[in-house]
Design a protein around this ligand. Structure first.
Ligand SMILES: [Zn+2]
Length: 155
């Protein structure tokens, strides 16, 4: 299982983290699930971080914004396949808070470390259900280039 994303979209979410530095950025990944359990990101939707109390190490997407994104995705025949945020001056690894606040099992949680306003590493974690609890599993990011995207459109 992998998160398939095209280079310009990955760059878009990484740049968002550079723009909001030293605060966390956050947003939603809209795309498609396939039968094999892979997800393809079709668009990256930047959200405002509504955590004003500690925006440097917390993020929150407003429910109203999330509902709107979900509605627009459905209209386009797509789904919410994941979420992303940045870790200013911290590693691209999930925190216990990230796990506690993650509720969309089957979705990808993408984290980019940003050091001194420069996006460094981007990792993806799949939220999986384990009995009564949930867990993050490492997920491969399958990076595709824009040429393949153009090919898709031609077909
Ligand atoms: Zn985090």
């Amino acid at each position: 299982m992998a998160l398939i994303i095209f280079t310009p979209l990955l760059e878009q979410l990484r740049q968002h983290g550079e723009q909001t530095y030293p605060h966390e950025c956050c947003g939603v990944l809209v795309g498609e699930f396939d039968e094999a359990g892979n997800k393809t990101v079709k668009s990256v939707v930047a959200c405002g971080n509504t955590r004003t109390d500690s925006p440097h190490n917390r993020y929150h997407i407003s429910p109203t914004e999330l509902v709107r994104i979900q509605r627009e995705a459905r209209i386009a025949g797509l789904d919410i396949v994941g979420f992303y945020h940045s870790h200013p001056d911290h590693p691209a690894q999930w925190s216990s808070t990230d796990l506690a606040e993650a509720h969309w099992t089957g979705c990808s949680y993408v984290i980019t470390s940003v050091e001194k306003r420069k996006a460094v590493l981007t990792n993806s974690f799949l939220l999986v259900e384990e009995g009564e609890s949930k867990q993050f599993a490492n997920e491969a990011i399958d990076l595709r280039d824009a040429i393949a995207l153009a090919g898709d459109k031609l077909r």
